[in-house]
Design a protein around this ligand. Structure first.
Ligand SMILES: [Zn+2]
Length: 259
C-alpha cells in the first residue's frame, strides 16, 4: 500500500498524525511525505535554535529526521514560503490559489501510485488558513481524478472525550479511532526532532492544562481519521486502509477510551 501524507508545515506530520503514519509503515506500507512549506514563518525556539533567516533550512532538516523516525520512504517540499505569524498571532495561507497546489499534489499521487492520501481536515484543525488551503487542494485533486482517485482520509477527526478537542476538526466525525501506543516511542522520537518547536509544544500544553510538561508528555497515544472521499455510507468502512488497521488491532471504539 502506498500512502501520501500531504501537510502544510513541518511538525504537522508528527503532531497531527505521526502515530498513524508510523504504524502504517510498520505494517508494510510505503509512506511518502509532501510538505507545502518549510515552516519559515514559525518560531525559532526558546532559547533560539537558529535565526529567523535560517529557520526554513533548519525545519527542513528537522522534518527529514522526523520522517526517518516515523519510517517514511520519501519527503518532498513544494517550496511554498510559510508567511510569518502576524500581530496577535494572526495566521496566513502559504498560497493564494488552491488550484495550483492541487495540480502539484496530483503529480505526486500519480507518480508514486498512491492508494491513500492522508491530509488536513475540513476545519483546518484549529482553523489555520494554511491547513484549510491544504485541505481544499487535497479535496479538489481527489475529485479531479474521479474513479482513479486514491482514498482520501483526513486526520484529527472529532470523537467524544478527545483530550485535545481544540485540534480536532469539528465537522469531521471520526471513522477510525486509533490506539497508536505500539509506535508511541517513534512518534515521540519524531517530536523530539522538531527542536525549534519544542517551546511552542510545551507552551500550548501548559497553558491548557496548567501543568508542567516535557515534549514526550505532549505526544498523544490516540489518533483519529475521517474518510473524506469517498464518503462513508451507513458508518461502514470496508476499504483497504480500514482493513489493515483493524487487522493490526489498532482500531478502538469510543467506549474503550480510558483517558
Ligand atoms: Zn501546520
Amino acid at each position: 500500500m502506498n500512502i501520501l501524507a500531504f501537510i502544510a508545515h513541518p511538525d504537522d506530520e508528527t503532531i497531527l498524525t505521526g502515530g498513524t503514519l508510523a504504524l502504517l509503515a510498520e505494517l508494510g506500507a510505503s509512506v511518502h511525505y509532501v510538505c507545502a512549506t518549510r515552516g519559515e514563518g514559525g518560531e525559532v525556539g526558546d532559547p533560539p535554535v537558529c535565526s529567523q533567516e535560517e529557520l526554513g533550512l533548519v525545519r527542513s532538516q528537522e522534518m527529514t529526521n522526523a520522517v526517518k523516525a516515523l519510517g517514511g520512504q520519501s519527503l518532498t517540499f513544494l517550496n511554498y514560503i510559510d508567511p510569518k505569524v502576524g500581530p496577535e498571532n494572526e495566521l496566513y495561507p502559504f498560497a493564494d490559489d488552491s488550484a495550483e497546489v492541487a495540480e502539484k499534489i496530483r503529480y505526486y499521487l500519480q507518480d508514486l501510485r498512491i492508494d491513500v492520501l492522508i491530509s488536513h481536515g475540513s476545519n483546518g484543525e484549529y482553523g489555520h488558513p494554511g491547513h484549510l488551503l491544504a485541505h481544499q487542494a487535497a479535496c479538489s485533486t481527489i475529485k479531479s481524478l474521479g474513479d482513479a482517485a486514491p482514498l482520501f482520509f483526513s486526520f484529527q477527526a472529532s470523537y467524544p472525550n478527545n483530550p485535545k478537542p481544540h485540534l480536532a476538526n469539528q465537522q469531521d466525525e471520526a471513522h477510525l479511532i486509533l490506539n497508536i501506543e505500539p509506535v508511541l516511542q517513534k512518534k515521540i522520537n519524531a517530536a523530539l526532532c522538531h527542536r525549534t518547536q519544542h517551546a511552542l509544544f510545551i507552551r500550548n500544553t501548559e497553558s491548557r492544562t496548567g501543568k508542567k510538561v516535557t515534549v514526550p508528555e505532549v505526544v498523544l497515544p490516540i489518533e483519529s481519521l475521517h474518510r473524506q472521499i469517498p464518503a462513508v455510507q451507513n458508518g461502514k468502512l470496508d476499504d483497504p486502509l480500514a482493513q489493515i488497521l483493524a487487522e493490526a488491532n489498532a482500531v478502538i471504539t469510543p467506549a474503550e477510551l480510558h483517558l
